[in-house]
Design a protein around this ligand. Structure first.
Ligand code: ATP
Length: 467
């Protein structure tokens, strides 16, 4: 039977178990901004490292980058964000509930992605006339027209006398709305210094900031989030071949490295394309907590738009000289762009399981791949006893050098197992009085709950082989 978890359930689970907290909670919280607690950071870092290893360390054709969050403001003019990185919103005049106009239209079957504002309002008016357009919160019909806001967040540098209201475009700087622009701006630095030859990629992981109209989906859509992006530079003749290759590579990563079952993934082709795009597919994951398939990654052919625009606006040459064919041209770009926070949510959503143990008992267990688990092994003395604690402590210090390991001597074995099951720890080791005599401990496996006695001397090598 397919398991279901609601957004409220996963949000409160993530808070209760120290994964994710609403930002600034003591001040009443901030919509669309979240903090990661100890287990949340460990999980997020494991996903991030798995991506970095797969995309950079294991390959010879991709180099890494960590560019700054702030870029020259002209970057965002050249990229098209200042003029067209917009979202359409509408409000309920009665209860003040805010909705995204494109999402409202999509519920009525319109393909509203990239739809111009005027066209949206024509369709919304038709729905209004037919009496179908209602507030999603209070059900009344007193809604505003759709209007646009720009998604770039604006601030300024060191100009304390400037009033935000009177600032003009020349005064703004923008915390980046996407990480890839930092890659394009460093194209020349990297081709000048890294001896790269086409086709090659530049990858980076970092924060991005967007003025999202609504942010009610926990960490799925936030105003500050992390992207893991790889921009692959190539000559246009091999674009289709490389595009198919990268789609297959990324698909395999979800199955093999994140452990997502194939039936929970699908491709979504974009019928309407962004101004820069030539071809676009998204990887969607079937979020139980969001009630269906939603985008986690975009794989896009961007043509030569980005480098051409930045060359034009900066006055610099951003091209490539192909020595073999004695040809100079602007490389085309194919990107893979994934939201790290959405992956954290997908992994939690996929792993969260409430298991019926019979006799009215159940357990919550995070069935996460050991590779991604925040904690790999936990050690408990079975009871509060100094000798048990000493032996368990020795094992703990030994294992801690190799794996993220926890020690718990609170003495209630049921509770200790439950706590580790909930955070997805694949192995628990219990030290009991018998251990003091035969130097054997109990190793328990999270999913099967199978227990086996193992010699203390073999614990490390056994865990190494299993992890
Ligand atoms: P959406 O249509 O869901 O708003 P998008 O198409 O605007 O996303 P891209 O600009 O292609 O997203 O960004 C690439 C990836 O970055 C997305 O696939 C998603 O995983 C992540 N991402 C984008 N916006 C957000 C956000 N507000 N919060 C969390 N992750 C995001």
């Amino acid at each position: 039977m397919e398991k279901k978890i609601s957004l409220d359930e996963i949000t409160s689970f993530a808070k209760r178990r120290g994964f994710i907290f609403l930002s600034s909670e003591i001040y009443g919280g901030m919509a669309g901004v979240y903090d990661y607690g100890h287990y949340g950071v460990l999980l997020k870092n494991n996903i991030q490292q798995a991506w970095w290893k797969n995309m950079v360390l294991d390959r010879d054709d991709i180099v890494g980058l960590d560019s700054a969050i702030f870029m020259h403001p002209t970057t965002w003019k050249a990229s098209g964000h200042v003029d067209s990185f917009n979202e359409a919103l509408m409000d309920c005049k009665d209860c003040k509930f805010r909705m995204r106009a494109d999402h409202v239209l999509e519920k009525f079957g319109f393909e509203a992605d990239q739809m111009p504002l005027e066209e949206m309002n024509i369709h919304l008016d038709e729905l209004r006339t037919e009496g179908k357009l209602k507030c999603e919160n209070c059900g009344r019909t007193n809604l505003t027209e759709a209007r646009q806001i720009n998604q770039l967040i604006r601030t300024n540098f060191g100009q304390p006398t400037l009033d935000l209201k009177t600032m003009t475009q020349e005064d703004y700087v923008y915390p980046r709305g996407e990480t890839c622009q930092g890659i394009y701006l460093n194209y020349k630095n990297i081709t000048d210094t890294m001896r790269v030859k086409l086709p090659f990629g530049i990858a980076q992981i970092g924060k991005a900031f967007r003025n999202e109209v609504i942010a009610r989906q926990f960490i799925f859509r936030t105003r500050e989030f992390e992207q893991m992006e790889m921009q692959y530079f190539l000559s246009p003749e091999i674009m289709d071949e490389k595009y198919d290759y990268w789609k297959a590579e990324r698909w395999a990563w979800y199955l093999g490295i994140l452990g997502i079952p194939e039936e929970k993934l699908k491709w979504k082709k974009h019928d309407k394309l962004a101004h820069y795009a030539k071809q676009a597919y998204d990887v969607q994951y079937n979020f139980s907590c969001l009630g269906g398939f939603q985008e986690v990654e975009g794989i896009h052919q961007r043509g030569d738009w980005d480098l051409t625009r930045h060359a034009e606006f900066s006055g610099q040459k951003l091209d490539y000289f192909d020595q073999k064919n004695n040809k100079r041209f602007v490389p085309h770009i194919m990107e893979t762009s994934v939201g790290l926070n959405r992956l954290v949510l997908a992994v939690l959503d996929n792993a969260y399981t409430v298991e019926d143990l019979g006799e009215g008992k159940s357990r919550t267990v995070l069935k996460i791949l050991p590779r991604l688990a925040p904690v790999k092994v936990a050690i408990f003395p079975l009871q509060k006893d100094e000798k048990l604690k000493e032996l368990a402590g020795n094992i703990y210090h030994n294992l801690k050098k190799e794996f993220v390991t926890e020690f718990d001597d609170s003495g209630n074995i049921g509770k200790m197992y439950r706590r580790q099951d909930e955070i997805g720890t694949p192995f628990c080791i219990t030290v009991d009085f018998q251990s003091l005599e035969d130097n054997m401990v109990t190793l328990r496996e999270r999913d099967s709950m199978v227990q086996q006695r193992v010699n203390v001397a073999d614990v490390l090598s056994l865990l190494k082989s299993k992890l």
